[in-house]
Design a protein around this ligand. Structure first.
Ligand code: A5P
Length: 230
């Protein structure tokens, strides 16, 4: 799939998701190149009179939403979210996911946990039969002793690498580092998520298990909507 077609697929998925929004809702605003299409569409709807308040999942998303005139609310003030629209790096048939390619996994997971309906918007390259393969699992770690956390992650069976940006260690919105962990195929995402979370120095993992409710895959001509089997 060419880049232009992929971008169109992302836009279609995101704009289909925005059709679920209703007046009065608290809306989780995802992060990444797919979620941004949803944020732009929400901005247009707000200008046309839609009354929602957004909970951003990153500093970038907050800035973008503010520029578009979307009113924001702090997660500590609301503690619950009606609907969130977010992207994913991979999603499997049970709607388990790898997220955090953009480094926003901690806030994305917090928001997903308190969301009534988590809507995931992706292009056709993201759905997979098995999570992992060549897609690393991002793990946010404390900068203090990150090397130890990376060594413990390696003992779980991955090849860890500290994420870099412009020749420096990537720093998340929370002031932490991200270790990208290549595990190969992941047979039990829930077990792996729990094993990673037990390690000292780990703040959060990019494995999202049981958190997504609706998947929207943009296609060349439209968008396919699937609900998670409960
Ligand atoms: C942000 O940290 C991520 O979880 C994104 O939601 C994920 O990486 C998908 O991003 P794209 O929509 O840019 O592929």
């Amino acid at each position: 799939m060419g880049q232009d077609i992929r971008e169109e697929a992302k836009r279609r998925a995101a704009e289909r998701a925005v059709e679920f929004l209703k007046d009065g809702q608290i809306v989780g605003l995802g992060t990444g190149s797919t979620a941004i299409f949803a944020i732009r569409a929400i901005g247009r709807l707000v200008r046309e009179g839609l009354k929602i308040r957004g909970v951003p999942t990153s500093v970038d998303t907050a800035r973008c939403a503010t520029e578009l005139g979307i009113p924001l609310v702090d997660l500590n003030e609301t503690c619950s979210v009606d609907i969130t629209i977010d992207g994913a790096d991979q999603i499997d048939g049970r709607f388990d996911m790898i997220k955090g390619g953009g480094g926003a996994l901690v806030r994305e997971k917090l928001v997903a946990h308190v969301t009534e309906r988590e809507v995931i918007v992706v292009d056709p390259s993201k759905p997979v039969a098995t999570l992992g393969g060549s897609c690393p699992v991002p793990v946010e770690v404390l900068p203090f002793g990150w090397c130890l956390a990376a060594r413990l992650l390696a003992k779980l069976g991955c090849t860890p690498s500290l994420r870099q940006r412009n020749g420096q260690s990537f720093v998340s919105d929370n002031g932490n580092y991200i270790v990208d962990c290549e595990f190969g195929d992941i047979s039990d995402p829930g077990y792996l998520e729990r094993s990673i979370k037990e390690l000292p120095g780990v703040v959060e993992t990019g494995l999202f298990v049981g958190l997504a409710h609706t998947l929207i895959v943009g296609t060349e001509s439209g968008a396919d909507v699937t609900q998670r089997f409960r």
